[in-house]
Design a binder for this molecule. Structure first.
Ligand code: NAI
Length: 249
């Protein structure tokens, strides 16, 4: 399917931050967008939908917990009933529960693994069946610089994001013969709600480690995700693109 022919694109965590910027990137080509989020309320999702609507884009948003297997199965069945296909999945939903390991609770470990890793399994498995039939599709999952270099207080998060990389490479091998490409993007330190909560001192110490000298914008990451799902990246699968201002090389 050509890029002009209105691809069906699902983005988890699409209400704000990197997911929202990614939705706007796909809006440029006139994609049909299905966004999922699990914010406490609909404020951010409604803002995103309003911007998309003003750009003439058919988009819908669902407040669902993508770490739940039955919830994801039901959502994807509904999407397939109505659209008949799915062309792109962006596994972007993510959370942090930072704590040094000796203080980390079992709940903090489980929550991060469930949302950041189990959701990637849930959504990827659900889209693969139709993609295998179509013999086309693109899947991009959000990892992190922390998967490669670790981070103080993020044992759970780093494990989940390193898990995404191993998963990406394995699934890429399984489905390449059906022309389905599976890749990951590993952002560095990006200006979103996720990093807004960090103390100023911590932010400054991160910025000192970034050769390009600034935090990334959500659009910096969205552009890489979008490019990976374009024909320009037709020969890439099982790869991880680092978008981090040089923080990790
Ligand atoms: P954010 O906190 O601004 O947005 C997170 C999104 O995920 C929201 O839409 C939220 O509703 C959704 N979400 C959370 N739990 C969910 C669940 N159980 N089910 C469905 N949706 C859920 O985050 P941001 O910064 O935009 O991050 C997006 C992705 O990029 C995440 O996977 C994050 O780990 C990753 N990332 C972010 C970095 C940063 O510096 N902001 C750096 C590296 C990776």
């Amino acid at each position: 399917m050509g890029e002009e022919a209105s691809r069906v694109v699902m983005i988890t965590g699409g209400s704000r931050g990197i997911g929202r910027a990614t939705a706007y990137a796909f809006a440029e080509e006139g994609a049909r967008l299905v966004l999922a989020h699990y914010d406490p309320d609909e404020t951010a999702a409604e803002e995103t939908l309003a911007v998309l609507k003003s750009r003439g884009i058919a988009a819908e948003s669902h407040r669902v917990d993508v770490s739940s297997y039955p919830v994801v199965t039901a959502l994807l069945n509904d999407i397939l009933d109505r659209f008949g296909r799915i062309d792109v999945l962006v596994n972007n939903a993510g959370i942090t529960r930072d704590k040094i390991l000796v203080r980390m609770s079992e709940e903090e470990w489980d929550a991060v693994i469930q949302v950041n890793l189990k959701s990637v399994f849930n959504c990827t498995q659900a889209v693969l069946k139709p993609m295998l039939k179509q013999r086309s599709g693109c899947i991009v999952s959000l990892s992190s610089v922390v998967a490669e270099r670790g981070n103080f207080g993020q044992g759970n998060y780093a494990a989940s994001k390193a898990g995404v990389l191993g998963f990406t490479r394995s699934v890429a091998r399984e489905v390449a013969s059906r022309a389905i490409r599976v890749n990951a993007v590993a952002p560095g330190f990006i200006e979103t709600d996720m990093t807004a909560v960090l103390p100023e001192k911590v932010k400054e110490s991160f910025i000192e480690q970034i050769p390009l000298g600034r935090m990334g914008h959500p659009e910096d990451v969205a552009n890489a995700v979008y490019w990976l799902c374009s024909d320009k990246a037709a020969y890439l699968t099982g790869q991880v693109i680092h978008v981090n201002g040089g923080m990790y090389m």
